[in-house]
Write a protein that binds this ligand. Structure first.
Ligand code: SF4
Length: 308
């Protein structure tokens, strides 16, 4: 990168297209951390403890690092929470990265597994030829365990590593489906609902590439491997829409996320989403049987998982 940092003239490591700035290492890190602080200031106040959902990838490892830097000096406890889905040749390496980082930084780590929760690893479920794709089971079981784990850790917030690109793509997907309810559920939680640990997404205005740069500049270890069950197909259209829009008009991703927040704000002030309890497991659910229990029952019926 030829030109120098806009703030100090030292060698720039990034040209931020959507803001027209060039920044050196130190000013980029400062810019990155300030944005996370601003995002934390927008949501519900975190007081005692936050559980950070970590997968070992660049986004969640950058998040764990920056949350520890920002919150620990404020006497807010930061604990890592990882889910072992049981994906051989993939998850073990990710968990190794997480364990090493947490040990080096003296951060507590909780690991919960599908095997312990539903009685089978994702590999075992898929080997049984179930009626759904791997990501359907994975997403539902993981969300359930993240909430359970954060609650057991005594956390008053669950932080996830969703980045700007993810958030803009999800918003476009929900808009194209006309699914405003889902949009409200997937955004940061502004209300406390019994049994549900409120989610925050401090990186939702941080582009994926900037998380990668942050990891590289700070020497944060992260895992690069791609999940063997991922084909990326279901998101390809939305990724392409967001990519082309950003390419044409830098700043579009931020505009999409801002629009999402305004829509969700209108929706939230109109009527809260009513949550009851699942009749099977007792966890918060919008219907009488939560999705996790419906999927587990389906796997029992097909003989893929034994009875609990
Ligand atoms: Fe789970 Fe699908 Fe992601 Fe793999 S790609 S970790 S199966 S959600």
């Amino acid at each position: 990168m030829g030109a120098g940092c806009d703030r100090c003239g030292r060698r720039a490591v990034i040209a931020v297209r959507y803001s027209g700035r060039r920044l050196c290492r130190d000013h980029f890190i400062d810019f990155y951390v300030r944005r996370v602080k601003r995002e934390l200031g927008r949501g519900r106040r975190i007081a005692g403890k936050v559980a950070v959902a970590v997968s070992g990838g660049k986004d969640s490892m950058a998040l764990l690092d920056v949350m520890a830097e920002v919150l620990v000096p404020m006497r807010i406890e930061v604990g890592a929470l990882a889910i072992d889905e049981g994906i051989s040749g993939y998850r073990d390496g990710c968990l190794e990265v997480v364990r090493g980082f947490c040990a080096a930084r003296d951060l507590p780590l909780t690991v919960l597994s599908f095997e312990d929760d539903v009685g089978a690893s994702l590999d075992d479920i898929m080997a049984g030829g179930p009626p759904r794709g791997a990501c359907s089971y994975c997403g539902v079981f993981r969300r359930h365990l993240l909430n359970l784990g954060a609650r057991e850790m005594g956390a008053d917030a669950l932080a996830t590593g969703h980045n700007l690109d993810d958030t803009a793509q999800t918003t476009v997907m929900n808009l194209l489906r006309g699914d405003i309810e889902r949009m409200a559920r997937t955004g940061p939680h502004t209300r406390v609902q019994e049994g549900l640990v409120p989610r925050v997404a401090p990186l939702r205005r941080t582009p994926e590439k900037e998380n990668m740069l942050f990891c590289l500049l700070r020497g944060i270890p992260h895992h690069h491997a791609e999940c063997p069950y991922s084909d990326g197909a279901h998101r390809r259209l939305h990724m392409e829409i967001v990519r082309m829009a950003e390419e044409d008009t830098p700043g579009t991703r931020h505009a999409i996320v801002n629009a999402c927040d305004r829509i969700v704000g209108l929706r939230t002030s109109a009527a809260p989403i009513a949550l009851g309890r699942c009749g099977t497991c007792g966890e918060p659910s919008a219907s009488t049987t939560c999705m996790r229990c419906a999927f587990v029952a389906e796997l029992h019926d097909s003989g893929i998982v034994g009875r609990e």
